[in-house]
Design a protein around this ligand. Sequence first.
Ligand code: FUB
Length: 452
Amino acid sequence: MKRFILPLAALLLSCGLFAQNPVIKGLYSADPTARVFNGKVYLFPSHDIISPVEPERRWFCMEDYHVFSSEDLVNWTDHGVILDQKDVPWGNPEGYSMWAPDCVEKDGKYYFYFPNASKVGRGFAVGVAIADRPEGPYVPQPEPIEGINGIDPCVLQASDGNAYIFWGNGRCAKLDPSMTKLADDNPKTTMKWGNREMEMVGVNCLQGLPSRQAEGPFAFEKDGNFYLTYPYVKENTEVLAYAMSKSPMGPYEYKGIIMERSQNECWTNHHSIVEYKGQWYLFYHHNDYSPNFDKNRSVRIDKISFLPDGTIEQVTPTLRGVGETKATDHIQMDRYSAVYHYGIYDDLLDAANPFEGFYIHFARGNTWVRYDEINFGEIAPTKAIFRIRSAAPAKVSFQTRDEKIVGTFDLPASKDWKEVKLPFETPLTGMQNIKLIVDEGKDLDVDWISFE
Ligand code: FUB
């Protein structure tokens, strides 16, 4: 089986970092559907590869699926390939069209829904493969689901006891209790394209909502509300948006944007939203490991919150991601949770050379970056270590979540990278968010900080 190996730079990146975005570091991963089974998070992404048949099929090229699991959202186990395009009885073995999947559990069986190119005809169909365990092995059904032509299946298991499948640009239909076909009592409409007539099963849940080139629907239920979340194109790239309803098949009311367009114009975004150990998470993707080709993407995670009325707070994408980092680790401040520039805005990261160095550059003072969830445990460190280089002496300080200054430091000028160990004023314990404030400085580069 062909396996795509990430460029060396990305592998090096993966060796030094943990608990940060992107979370899957050994291969490209996109369209992440996260599900909680048996107390673990299982991640079912699609698997971007560089096309083996370039240039004809450079576009979104995918031949198989892996499944990953984690108990802390930091350490992910790759359980290997769960389905290959060659093993789908009805699929084109060279279609490279195994796009965004989903997986749900019912009565101890795991139903994996995936789009794929058919052996005959054009376009996409959606198949189901069934397993006894989330890790597989998955056995694909002999035929795709009749009545679905499209991509990006998502299954909502609603509190009314039914399962609903969403696909393409917001189409939705009830699933039969067997989970392998559409229910017989779905609404049906006949659509006309010129002289051609086609029967469409189900309803269009995005009818009348902002939905230009919408795809990747992800539906879920929370506190009596149904959420239909989806990417659509705004000014050439996708935003993640959402609508709410009191009924799984709508009508849905548009509520707003969950995540704005990416700054580097990665065209797609695709996501899922899941609750794990009392916290809600947004899984999404970005082309972090392939800055010059946005069809090779990688999965990221950030926290997501709901307001008391059920609406969703917009998520700012971070490189920090989620999960804890130990205070004694090398804490990569370039992968911050939040940033603030007083006055003049400078680029803190080298966007032109994203794989060169992974340090943060403070051109001047009056800037801070915050790195969340550093676990100090009981260690109460007495020293802070900075790996830096700096054109001039700099003054920096640390602040915790409650805005207390817990240390101020004078860093020396140094042309070369240097580790500087300085005493720490207020010992810290437990989980802390640390804000590194650069009060004064000129071209200060910080590779990492740590505590001892
Ligand atoms: O990954 C291929 C396609 O790109 C997905 O099906 C879409 O949702 C978009 O992410």
